[in-house]
Design a protein around this ligand. Structure first.
Ligand SMILES: NC(=O)c1ccc[n+]([C@@H]2O[C@H](COP(=O)([O-])OP(=O)(O)OC[C@H]3O[C@@H](n4cnc5c(N)ncnc54)[C@H](OP(=O)(O)O)[C@@H]3O)[C@@H](O)[C@H]2O)c1
Length: 405
């Protein structure tokens, strides 16, 4: 694979998030140093504009139609890794996954579209196994802090107590950031698909939707939708907006890694809302607000009305908002006798500033690090585990820490 022209192509470099990934790679790895990389997209004028805005004139560009299978095959054959931010993935991403799976090209993206991942795994797992392509979805805020956070906590538990946490809780402590038009479009597209297709609704409601076919299911039930008091955090909790994606990814990691967290592993995600009646009230408000947004997004006219108040494709949080943003996540794990806490933090807004760094490092990890995973559809933890943890902490402003309870 090293004879290919590029290590990494950032596909969708003209979009809001793609441009941030390109900016990150340029700053971290330079235009043409040890990392041979290129900017890719469908619009040459926009790509040139991004190149000159970033001062990335020395970075090559790859231009083509993302809907053209012939072009996508050529793209996949020119690079070791495709790092794509072209979304909604369920609308624009399927042919690219097929091209990478068929040509032994590693692949990472930012999708959170569980119904689409499930379709891609079913359609292309065998091709990826045969070609050696490692396909890794969810390499942004969903689901790296969850997936690598649990992987980290379990490793710490094993090192300290020689056991696995049969139960892990993820609690969003605080985060600051915004949404981009592409994320809004992807969420609304998922709700639209769910509104018209009962089989999509079934996949989205299934806590084990991404677990490998034929594997036994575990004890977890539906995601939290109402206030719940959490005695381990002594606070009320409300739902966490990304739980429906992240929990599926963490459960898939456990299965793909051979159940190091246990076959009866239990995992859930929620948002900490404070203690006392005020905490309950906030948790109830969050539950009602999220429930109403999901319900409105599933109804055509309400969905169209929602888009008027939300960012359009290409738009997203300002540089100032990204710089001021951050995230802080607490994990609690227990093996029944010992308990352990971990913290995962990021130094930029979760969805863009930090996500761009997480995706960029995932692409470089797939291109450069010694990984043991064979070809197939993986998760961040199961494909890249320790090497990605090291990269994120050294380069991407993430921290993973732990302390006995
Ligand atoms: N998981 C996470 O934490 C996370 C965080 C951020 C974003 N995301 C996801 O990332 C995706 C992108 O979001 P965004 O806000 O960056 O979107 P965006 O600004 O709308 O950018 C979309 C990109 O896709 C390109 N594109 C669209 N259709 C194409 C086609 N047929 N062929 C080739 N290129 C095509 C656009 O090209 P043009 O510029 O030529 O129009 C643009 O470069 C979304 O799915 C979003 O949900 C996930």
């Amino acid at each position: 694979m090293s004879t290919r022209e590029f290590d990494v192509v950032v596909w969708g470099a003209t979009g809001f998030t793609g441009r941030l990934v390109a900016e990150y790679l340029l700053k971290r790895y330079g235009p043409a140093g040890e990392l041979r990389w290129a900017l890719g997209g469908r619009n040459p004028a926009k790509l040139d504009a991004v190149r000159s805005e970033l001062g990335a004139e020395a970075v090559p560009v790859v231009v083509g139609d993302g809907d053209d299978e012939g072009f996508l095959s050529e793209l996949a054959e020119r690079t070791n890794v495709v790092c794509t931010t072209v979304g909604p993935y369920a609308k624009y991403g399927s042919k690219l996954v097929a091209a990478c799976a068929g040509r032994g090209t590693h692949y990472c993206d930012l999708t959170g579209e569980v119904q689409w991942m499930s379709r891609m795994i079913e359609a292309h797992q065998k091709d990826a196994e045969a070609s050696g392509a490692r396909i890794v979805h969810t390499c942004g805020f969903d689901s790296i802090p969850s997936d690598l956070g649990v992987f980290f906590l379990q490793n710490e538990m094993r090192a300290r107590h020689g056991s696995a946490c049969g139960r892990v809780k993820y609690r969003a402590v605080a985060f600051e950031g915004g949404f981009s038009g592409g994320t809004v479009a992807s969420m609304l597209n998922m709700l639209e698909e769910a509104g018209r297709d009962p089989s999509v609704r079934r996949v989205l409601a299934d806590p084990y939707a991404l677990s490998p076919a034929g594997e036994a299911r575990g004890p977890d039930g539906p995601d939290q939708t109402a206030p719940v008091y959490d005695p381990d955090f002594e606070q009320w909790t409300g739902p966490f907006v990304m739980a429906g994606i992240n929990t599926r990814v963490v459960r898939r990691s456990n299965a793909l890694l051979g159940y190091p967290y246990g076959r009866d592993f239990r995992y859930d995600e929620a948002t900490l809302m404070g203690s006392g009646p005020a905490g309950w009230l906030k948790a109830a408000g969050l539950s009602a607000g999220l429930g109403a947004t999901v319900a409105a997004g599933a109804v055509g006219p309400l969905r169209r009305a929602l888009t008027r108040f939300l960012p359009a494709p290409g738009e997203g949080p300002s540089e100032e908002a990204r710089e001021k943003g951050f995230f802080d996540i607490a994990l609690f794990g227990s093996d029944g006798t010992h308990s352990l806490r971990a913290r995962v933090t990021g130094d930029r807004d979760p969805g863009y500033g930090s996500t761009a760094k997480m995706l960029g490092e995932s692409a470089v990890c797939l291109a450069k690090d010694e990984l043991t995973a064979a070809g197939g559809f993986w998760t961040p933890a199961s494909a890249m585990g320790e090497p990605l943890l090291a990269r994120l902490q050294a380069n991407a402003g993430l921290s993973f820490t732990s302390a006995d309870d």
